[in-house]
Design a protein around this ligand. Structure first.
Ligand code: HEC
Length: 126
């Protein structure tokens, strides 16, 4: 192999490594953005009744809001994202019974994707 050729291969390897690094960084930024979005959605729509820290226990029309931090939420809803999502969108408890009307029904107000973002955020609150 001539020196020129070695240099060219070297440059190519460097370029591939750089592109790989850049896409890895981009992936990380997306994850961070998704988490920030879930937090923002929670703080804008839910924190008023469930607390900035999501620990709940706030009285809303005589009913106490639930604790939405990861351990409590997952224990109550059997670690089931679908059941948690249903409780937020349709106001159903873990057995499918209606939650108190003090808890708004979010279907039509928040998209399912937005609710999933919120759940992902809550799951990080250990
Ligand atoms: C106007 C006040 C209010 C707002 C705003 C609100 N909630 Fe609630 N939420 C409540 C109350 C009160 C309960 C308890 C209902 C019950 O015990 O039947 C509740 C219950 C829940 C439950 C069920 C918890 C359990 O213990 O079974 C979940 C999950 C929940 N809320 C999530 C959310 C999310 C996510 C948002 C924001 C998108 C939100 N809530 C916004 C008042 C509110």
């Amino acid at each position: 192999m001539g020196l020129r050729r070695v240099r060219m291969v070297g440059a190519l390897v460097l370029l591939v490594a750089l592109v790989a690094l850049m896409s890895a960084c981009r992936g990380r930024t997306n994850v961070a953005n998704a988490n920030a979005q879930g937090e923002q959605l929670y703080q804008a729509n839910c924190a008023g009744c469930h607390g900035i820290d999501a620990a709940g226990g706030i009285s809303v029309g005589g009913v106490r809001s639930g604790n939405l931090r990861a351990r409590s939420l997952d224990a109550l809803y059997f670690n089931d994202t679908h059941l948690i999502s249903r409780s937020i969108l349709d106001g159903k408890d873990e057995e499918g019974k209606d939650l108190d009307a003090a808890m708004p029904r979010w279907r039509g107000k928040l998209s399912e994707a937005a609710v999933t973002e919120i759940i992902n955020y809550l799951r990080r609150l250990r």
